[in-house]
Design a protein around this ligand. Structure first.
Ligand code: 0RA
Length: 637
C-alpha cells in the first residue's frame, strides 16, 4: 500500500500522525500528569525489554540526566538502519517517526500491547522537545535527532564501534507536560519489577543530579520477587515454591509462598505487563491451586470426609504469588486493557499448577501440612464471618434506611457529585458539620482509631463498630459476594485527619482498610485525602493559609525582605482549631481546596508498605511515620 504512495504523501502522513499525538496526548499515554511523564520512560524501556525477550539484550541502563532529559541504553542488536525498499528512508527513521510502525520491522517473539504499553517510541518522540537516537551495529554508530518528532537531519554514520545496542535520549516537551521532573523512586519501582520478571536481565538506574545509582539483578527471578514481597510478612513456607513449565509453546512461571497474613497478594503478568484485571491465566492459577490443595489434603488424609472442601478464598488466604506467562498473541480486554482474554490459557496454567504444586507439596510434607492447617483455619473463620455479616445486614435493615446515627448525610440523594468526609474526632466532626455545604457534603465523624484490619480476620473486622459504621454509610457492601460499586452512596470519599502523628496513623488505618477490602474504590478513583492548612499567616487585613513547610519557608524569605510590619503566624495542630468557616474555606470548599487523589501505581509496593506499617513485624514508630509520609507523597498525582 505504502509503496504506491508518493514520498510527499507519506511525509504528510508522518506529520499528521505526530500532530494527532500532540493534539491528544492522553489518548496515547493515559494522561499528561506525572504518570504520563513516567510512561514515556516505560515506553522506551519496553522496546529494550522486547529485545531481551527475543534473547538479544542483557543490560539496560536508565539515566536521569542533569538537564532533565532521560537516556535509555541497551546492548541489544540495535534498531535496523537499512533503507526500506521502496521508501527513501532508513528503518530507524520510520520506527522513530511513524505511528505504530514498530510492528513492521520487528521480528519480535512477544508482542507488548497491554494497557498503554506498546504505543511505540514515535509517541515519545512526538511528545519530546528533542530526542536523539544512536544505534550501534555492523561496526558503525548511526544517529538521528528530532524536534517534537520531526527529524532535523537524516540518519547518518557518526562513529565506529564494535559493540551493538540502542541509545535513546529525550527531553519531555514543556508544551505538553507542566511538571517535568522524574522520580528516581517511581522509575525504580517499575525497573525493579522488570528485573524480577526477567532474571537474566541487569537493569541500572542513575540519577546524575542526586548522584544516586541502583542496579537490579535477580538471578532468582520470581522466587526473589516473592521473597521481596514477603519481607514484612511472616512466612510459613521456608522458601517460595517455584513452578516453571511450558505447554503448547507458552512458558508459564509461578512462585508462591504462604504467610500468616489474612490477605492475598497475587500479581499476574503477561509479557511483563501487570495484568491488573487478571484474566484467563489468573483464573487457571486459582482453579489449579484450589484443586491441587484439596486433592492433596484428601489423599493424605489431612481433610476428612466430614470436613468441608477448601474454597478458593480458603486456599488463598495469606498467599503471596506471582504468575508470569509469555504469549505471542495476547488478547487484552477490560476497561484498562489489562485482562488476558485468550481462552486456551486457563487450561494451560491450571494443568501446570496442578502438576507442579502437587510435586512441590509431596517433596515438602511438613510445610504442606502447615499450609493445609492454615487453609482449614481460614475456612472455619470464613464461616464465622458469614454469620457476622448476616447479623450486620439484619441489624442495619432494622434501623432507618440502615444508615448509622453518627452520619450527617447530605440532602442530595443521587451519588453523583456528592461527597462523604470521614473525619477524625467528634470536635472536628462538629466543625465540619457546621461548615459544610449540606446539599452535597456528608460528614461521618470517627471516634478514635479504627481497627487495624491487617491483623484481624474478616469475622473480627465485621464485628468492629467503626468499620460497620463506615460500611453502612458507604452503602456499597463489603466482601466478594456483597460489594458493588453501583450501590456506593457518594462519588468522593474524603479522609480528613489532623496533621499530626495520630492523624497520620488514623489515615493509614483507613487506607489499609480501603486497600484490602474495597480496592475497587481506589482503582476507580473515589478515594481522596483532604489537605488542611498547617499555618495561618495574618498581617493587617491580609490573611494567607499555608499548606506545607515549603510555602512557609517561601513566605519567611519574602517577610525578611519586606518591612518588618507586625504579623502573626498560627500553627494548626488539629482540625479542631479551625472554626467551621475556616474549615470550609481552606479544606472543604471545592473552589479553593486541594484534594489528593489516592492512586496505586505499583500495587505490589503499596501492598508491601501496608504489611510493613500495619503487620506483625515490629517496626520502630519513628520509621513508621517516615515511611508513611513518603507513601502519602507517592499517592499524590
Ligand atoms: C527489530 C529488529 C531488530 C532489532 C530491533 C527491532 C530492536 C529494537 C529496539 C528498540 C530499542 N532497542 C532495540 N533493539 C533492537 C534486529 C534486526 C536484526 O538485527 O536482524
Amino acid at each position: 500500500m505504502e509503496q504506491t504512495e508518493s514520498y510527499d504523501a507519506r511525509n504528510i502522513q508522518v506529520l499528521k500522525g505526530l500532530d494527532a499525538v500532540r493534539q491528544r496526548p492522553a489518548m496515547y499515554i493515559g494522561d499528561v500528569s506525572s504518570r504520563g511523564l513516567h510512561h514515556l520512560v516505560y515506553e522506551v524501556v519496553d522496546n529494550s525489554i522486547d529485545e531481551a525477550l527475543a534473547g538479544y539484550c542483557t543490560e539496560i541502563e536508565v539515566t536521569m540526566c542533569g538537564d532533565g532529559s532521560v537516556l535509555v541504553t541497551d546492548n541489544g542488536r540495535g534498531i535496523p538502519v537499512d533503507i526500506h525498499p521502496g521508501e527513501n528512508k532508513s528503518a530507524l527513521e520510520i520506527v522513530m517517526t511513524m505511528l505504530h510502525a514498530g510492528g513492521k520491522f520487528d521480528k519480535k517473539s512477544y508482542k507488548v500491547s497491554g494497557g498503554l504499553h506498546g504505543v511505540g517510541v514515535s509517541v515519545v518522540n512526538a511528545l519530546s522537545e528533542w530526542l536523539q537516537v544512536e544505534v550501534t551495529r555492523d561496526g558503525k554508530v548511526w544517529g538521528q535527532s528530532y524536534e517534537r518528532g520531526v527529524p532535523v537531519m537524516p540518519v547518518r554514520v557518526i562513529g565506529r564501534r564494535k559493540t551493538t545496542g540502542t541509545k535513546t535520549r529525550f527531553m519531555p516537551d514543556s508544551q505538553i507536560f507542566k511538571k517535568r521532573t522524574f522520580s528516581f523512586e517511581i522509575l525504580s519501582e517499575r525497573l525493579r519489577e522488570l528485573a524480577f520478571l526477567n532474571r537474566e536481565l541487569k537493569i541500572t538506574i542513575k540519577d546524575e543530579i542526586k548522584k544516586k545509582e541502583k542496579t537490579f539483578r535477580y538471578k532468582g527471578g520470581l522466587v526473589q520477587f516473592v521473597e521481596y514481597l514477603d519481607q514484612n510478612r511472616v512466612s510459613i513456607t521456608k522458601k517460595p515454591f517455584y513452578i516453571e513449565d511450558e505447554r503448547d509453546g507458552i512458558p508459564v512461571e509461578i512462585a508462591l509462598s504462604y504467610t500468616d497474613s489474612y490477605s492475598e497478594s497475587t500479581y499476574s503478568y503477561v509479557n511483563n505487563i501487570h495484568t491488573i484485571e487478571g484474566g484467563t491465566h489468573l483464573v487457571g492459577f486459582k482453579t489449579g491451586l484450589t484443586r491441587s490443595l484439596n486433592n492433596f489434603a484428601i489423599k493424605n488424609k489431612l481433610l476428612k470426609n466430614n470436613e468441608a472442601t477448601l474454597t478458593g478464598d480458603d486456599v488463598r488466604e495469606g498467599i503471596t504469588a506471582v504468575i508470569s506467562i509469555k504469549h505471542p498473541a495476547p488478547q487484552f480486554e477490560g476497561q484498562t486493557k489489562t485482562k488476558l482474554g485468550n481462552s486456551e490459557i486457563k487450561g494451560i496454567v491450571e494443568s501446570v499448577v496442578n502438576e507442579g504444586l502437587t510435586r512441590e507439596l509431596e517433596n515438602n510434607m511438613s510445610q504442606a501440612r502447615k499450609i493445609i492447617e492454615k487453609c482449614k483455619q481460614a475456612s472455619r473463620s470464613r464461616e464465622a464471618a458469614r454469620k457476622a455479616r448476616e447479623l450486620t445486614r439484619r441489624k442495619t435493615t432494622l434501623e432507618s434506611e440502615g444508615l448509622p446515627g453518627k452520619l450527617a448525610d447530605c440532602s442530595l440523594r443521587e451519588a453523583a457529585k456528592t461527597e462523604l468526609y470521614i473525619v477524625e474526632g467528634d470536635s472536628a466532626g462538629g466543625s465540619a458539620k457546621q461548615g459544610r455545604d449540606r446539599r452535597f457534603q456528608a460528614i461521618l465523624p470517627l471516634r478514635g482509631k479504627i481497627l487495624n484490619v491487617e491483623k484481624a480476620r474478616v469475622d473480627k473486622m465485621l464485628a468492629n463498630e467503626e468499620i460497620r459504621t463506615i460500611v453502612a454509610a458507604l452503602g456499597c457492601g463489603i466482601g466478594r459476594d456483597d460489594f458493588s460499586l453501583e450501590r456506593l452512596r457518594y462519588e468522593k470519599i474524603i479522609i480528613m485527619t489532623d496533621a499530626d502523628v495520630d492523624g497520620s496513623h488514623i489515615r493509614t488505618l483507613l487506607l489499609t482498610f480501603f486497600f484490602r477490602h474495597m480496592r475497587e474504590l481506589i482503582d476507580k478513583g473515589h478515594l481522596y485525602i483532604a489537605q488542611p492548612p498547617l499555618y495561618r499567616y495574618k498581617k493587617g487585613s491580609q490573611e494567607i493559609y499555608l499548606y506545607d513547610e515549603e510555602e512557609r519557608e517561601e513566605l519567611a524569605k519574602k517577610q525578611a525582605k519586606s518591612d518588618k510590619e507586625k504579623f502573626t503566624l498560627q500553627r494548626y495542630k488539629g482540625l479542631g482549631e479551625m472554626n467551621p468557616g475556616q474549615l470550609w474555606k481552606t479544606t472543604m470548599d471545592p473552589e479553593n481546596r486541594t484534594l489528593l487523589q489516592v492512586t496505586i501505581d505499583e500495587a505490589f509496593e503499596a501492598d508491601m508498605i501496608f504489611s510493613k506499617l500495619m503487620g506483625d513485624q515490629v517496626e520502630p514508630r519513628r520509621q513508621f511515620i517516615e515511611e508513611n509520609a513518603k507513601y502519602v507523597r507517592n499517592l499524590d498525582i
